[in-house]
Ligand binder design. Structure first.
Ligand SMILES: Cc1ncc(COP(=O)(O)O)c(C=O)c1O
Length: 369
């Protein structure tokens, strides 16, 4: 039977009055994968993002982060804070609540428009005008907003849209000014993808909650986490069971998945992932830049181990996919972009094959590379 656990920094920590336990409880077996993984993640994440809640998919971890944010306010005796501010171009998952905070124009979910509760999906504060508009929204509607949620540095599935770190710093300032929480969805960016272990670290902005998945297990087994700061955790720490976060999925902190994540973190600790990301970024930039002049291409951009060729209109994904497959490459275009997010072990020869296939299919002359 599922139990509703308290928000935790170890699996199923019992409710108790403060202070919460520090360090590893003595009665845990020597290898407790969930506990060890939580401890390692807390050590890697910036600030006091120390309280780890595991789940089994990215979407579910975003749902948990949303529930945490809403219940944070309820537990503090503040009513009515049940909405979110998210951003145009954003993608946070396919479950019902996460669909509400995705870009509404995003093709996958348009069928459900009008069915789910509406959120405030607005422009990222890229400049003074959009920052002022966000500030005005929070001044007017802050009473109903639990949190802002953003994919830091790059909005992935919404079109590989890059923004600079100043945007994230503005979000932190605006969130603090209006006393709303800030959630970073690092399901795509976490574990080195943008060149820093976490985008928030590189940007020097600590959110109140961060979500992680995908590369957490190196993509081998399903696992995700919503990691909360101490301030959030303390709103749930109580003898009153009603204050606990009511979420307890069957596969939460699955030991096999946690062990796989532990093994993946070992590779991060032992390996030269930063060198590999820089190597991949250079190869993607050199290999894709010549596509800039190809018919229909409006932009070519790279960020860490992400390379993107953007077209003026949506591409024939199936047709292009087939042509790439005939050149021995699995590349799946998405909307208006053809993109590469290769694993960090991808060799230079493999990167050359991938970018060469894109150039060939776009009809870019090899002499220009
Ligand atoms: C930023 C972001 N959030 C959430 C998700 C959803 O994760 P999952 O597909 O594991 O549910 C994704 C998946 O692509 C993602 O990139």
């Amino acid at each position: 039977m599922d139990e509703a656990p308290a928000i935790q920094d170890a699996p199923a920590a019992p409710c108790a009055r403060s202070p919460p336990p520090a360090g590893r409880p003595d009665d845990l077996p020597p290898l407790a994968p969930a506990y060890d993984l939580a401890r390692r993640l807390a050590a890697l994440l910036p600030g006091d993002l120390d309280h780890v809640f595991f789940a089994e998919s990215g979407s579910v971890s975003v749902e948990i982060a949303m529930k945490m944010a809403i219940q944070f306010w309820i537990n503090r005796g503040v009513s009515g804070r049940s909405k979110f501010v998210s951003f145009l171009g954003g993608y946070h998952g396919d479950t019902l609540a996460t669909m509400t905070i995705c870009d509404p124009e995003e093709g996958m979910h348009s069928l459900f428009s009008g069915v789910m509760p509406s959120q405030h999906v607005v422009a990222l504060p890229r400049d003074r005008d959009s920052e002022a508009a966000l500030d005005a929204l929070l001044a007017e509607k802050g009473y109903e907003i639990a949190a802002l949620i953003v994919e830091p540095r790059i909005q992935g599935a919404g079109g590989m849209l890059i923004h600079d770190d100043e945007v994230l710093r503005r979000l932190r300032v605006v969130a603090d000014r209006h006393d709303v929480l800030l959630i970073f969805d690092e399901i795509f960016t976490g574990f080195g993808r943008t060149g820093d272990l976490f985008a928030c670290q590189g940007a020097d902005v600590t959110p109140d909650i961060i979500t992680l998945s995908k590369a957490l297990t190196g993509g081998t087994l399903p696992l995700s986490a919503a990691v909360a700061s101490r301030r959030i955790f303390e709103a749930f720490w109580s003898d009153d069971a009603g204050a606990a976060l009511m979420h307890g999925p069957t596969y939460m902190a699955n030991p096999l998945a946690c062990a796989a994540a532990g093994a993946s973190l070992d590779l991060f600790e032992a390996g030269d992932w930063k060198v590999d990301v820089a190597r991949i970024e250079l190869a993607l930039r050199r290999g894709l830049e010549p596509c800039r002049g190809a018919i229909g291409v409006v932009d070519v951009r790279t960020l860490g181990a992400i390379g993107v060729v953007e077209f003026e209109a949506a591409v024939d994904s199936g047709g292009l996919c087939q042509q790439f497959a005939e050149l021995g490459c699995w590349i799946r275009p998405m909307g208006k972009v053809v993109y590469l997010t290769p694993p960090f072990v991808t060799t230079d020869a493999e990167l050359a094959q991938l970018t060469g296939a894109i150039r060939k299919v776009l009809g870019v002359a090899e002499a220009r590379v």
